[in-house]
Design a protein around this ligand. Structure first.
Ligand SMILES: [Mn+2]
Length: 391
């Protein structure tokens, strides 16, 4: 006898359980309610290269892991759709665990006998798991530790903590970002904030490497956020952040960035280019670098003025922001990744999910280099679809 009303019960049970008991409780509830066996929770590693199994006792040497690009679980993760594999003992299901567009991981289970209704309920159960894990991250290190395939250096710890949720999606807007860190960490970051009338987007690159670059980048992002959260516009955010960075680092170190706000009704993007590579625009099948004049990086000089420029987006347009670590990533033969490769990839992934677009570009940069990156490579993709807008 199958009880199909278990999603609420699952949520209550997971909510009451301590984080380390989450895999056990998940398994117990799914076993009792739908007869699921071999329940496993997999979380994506930071680079979305592997899926790592969550177990209560973390043994870093014996962590089972699956390749994202070459496994049934990976397929569910990449496509964000359930994958069903026939098994001698029933059906093996791989269900995407996500929070909106943020791909968190995969729920795997074996069902001796299943129906379409049970599968549908299990898709909802996987969604609950996404929200529970996402919240639990704030009071336990368990999930962060699972997601690390190797130890992070301190600069990387700072850099990851600074990032927002890596993807957001609603009817009228998609945002996704990927950051592929250099071996020694090179100060890249990105940020966004969704509001009723606007979406704020920023990509930043603090000069140098290691801890100092991470501290520099952190200060710039915090200063931009601080001004933004006080209701100030892009121009003010940039001027204030530049001054704050200059006050602390005395002009010896600076931060490049593209900081913008998209008006959600009109699609007009107001943007400041502080010495950063230009953004890219995908409009229909056309992919172009956006002409923007460059102002000085943040923190280079005290009290300087910045200029706000406008980009008029049309419904369905996709804007991509990249750091110089993408274009300048160099192969062992000395060839730069370059804008033509980037343009081709943006065109090729035009119909894909924004999360997949940024992952593909980040992977392409890593594959091109074949060795640990010398500079961070960051890409942020924003889709504006006002026709679907609801208030
Ligand atoms: Mn850089």
């Amino acid at each position: 006898m199958t009880d199909l009303d278990f999603v609420g019960a699952l949520h209550r049970a997971l909510d009451a359980a301590p984080p380390y008991a989450l895999p056990t409780v998940l398994s117990a509830v799914l076993s009792e309610s739908v007869g699921a066996k071999e329940v496993a929770l997999w979380l994506a590693d930071y680079g979305e290269v592997t899926l790592e199994r969550v177990t209560a006792d973390l043994d870093p040497d014996a962590k089972p892991s699956l390749p994202v690009d070459d496994s049934a679980a990976g397929r569910a993760f990449l496509t964000q759709a359930p994958v069903v594999v026939d098994d001698d003992n029933g059906e093996r299901l791989y269900l995407p665990v996500a929070v909106r567009a943020e791909r968190v991981g995969v729920l795997e289970l074996l069902l001796p006998d299943s129906s379409a209704r049970v599968r549908e309920e299990l898709v909802r159960a996987a969604m609950v798991v996404g929200y529970v894990v996402s919240t639990a991250r704030r009071y336990t290190d368990l999930f962060e530790r699972v997601r690390r395939r190797r130890e992070l250096i301190l600069a990387a710890e700072i850099q990851w903590e600074l990032l927002p949720v890596l993807a957001y999606e609603a009817d009228e807007l998609s945002v996704a970002g990927a950051l592929e860190p250099a071996h020694a960490i090179a100060g890249d970051s990105f940020d966004y904030a969704v509001e009723a009338d606007d979406v704020h987007v920023a990509i930043t690159d603090g000069m140098g490497h290691g801890l100092r670059a991470a501290l520099l980048g952190t200060l710039a992002v915090a200063a931009l956020r601080h001004a933004r959260r006080r209701g100030h516009n892009v121009l003010y955010q940039v001027k204030e952040a530049s001054q704050v960075v200059h006050d602390q680092f005395g002009g010896d170190q600076f931060v490049t960035g593209t900081i913008g706000t998209i008006d959600m009704s009109s699609g007009v993007m107001r943007v400041v280019n502080a010495g950063h590579p230009r953004p890219w625009l995908a409009h229909g099948d056309v992919v172009e670098e956006v002409e923007l004049f460059a102002d000085y990086p943040l923190g280079l000089f005290p009290g300087i003025d910045y200029r706000e420029q406008e980009i008029a987006l049309e419904p369905g347009d996709r804007v991509l922001f990249v750091s110089d670590g993408v274009m300048e990533a160099t192969s062992p033969a000395g060839e730069e990744f370059g804008s033509e490769r980037l343009r081709a990839l943006i065109a090729e992934t035009r119909d894909q999910l924004p999360t997949e677009v940024v992952r593909r570009i980040a992977r392409a940069v890593v594959d091109h280099c074949q060795v640990p990156l010398r500079d961070d490579a960051t890409v942020v993709s924003v889709d504006w679809r006002p026709r679907l807008r609801r208030r």
